[in-house]
Design a protein around this ligand. Sequence first.
Ligand code: ADP
Ligand code: MG
Length: 220
Amino acid sequence: MLQANGIYKSYGTLPILKGVDLQVAKGEIVSLVGASGAGKSTLLHIVGTLDKPDSGTVTINRTDISTLNGKQLSAFRNEHIGFVFQFHHLLPEFTALENVCIPAFIRKVSRTQAEHRAIELLELLGVNHRKNHKPNELSGGEQQRVAVARALVNSPAIVLADEPSGNLDSENATALHQLFVELRSKLDQTFVIVTHNEELANIADRTVHIKDGMIEANQE
Ligand SMILES: Nc1ncnc2c1ncn2[C@@H]1O[C@H](COP(=O)(O)OP(=O)(O)O)[C@@H](O)[C@H]1O
Ligand SMILES: [Mg+2]
């Protein structure tokens, strides 16, 4: 599903990633852990096509993303990659339902079809009763569930999450973690999740440690 090989990335003269290899299979949940500043977000942005490595290759769904130009890359990202960040980044002027539909609209899916899919996901995530509410009318846990639904609306090959429960209380964090597991079993959804949360790291199939710009060891 995802293959990153020999990823190098420096900011100025400061090397951040020094030859990182990462493979993720379909339906796998991989957690990515490491100290603050270790390069977790940098790696996630590179495999998510938001940033370019200095060298190395990223292949998603058998496409080498370095072969895509800017416009193709945006389309590829919209279609194949879902993002969940620490802060929900929902658009405040739009309802939960509209927020979830936006990536589908960008993909030129019809309103009827997009809403059908969005409602299905909001139901699966237990927030469909909140669909006509704007983000500031939702709790933190609800906002993050809506953000997850938005990440899933185009049925991406992979969901990349950067500290998704970092801003939630422990009860909401646990509920969100359970949802990731549920989404994997129901949709065979693939996840790479950066986290400091031990509980979340533990529900992953595999934890990848990043240290000194390298992947340290893979643990089952
Ligand atoms: N755009 C940037 N320009 C310069 N330095 C950056 C930039 N983004 C990140 N860094 C630096 O790269 C290092 C790794 O950052 P990051 O990937 O965000 O770490 P993590 O997510 O593991 O906490 C940090 O030292 C950070 O300051
Ligand atoms: Mg980070």
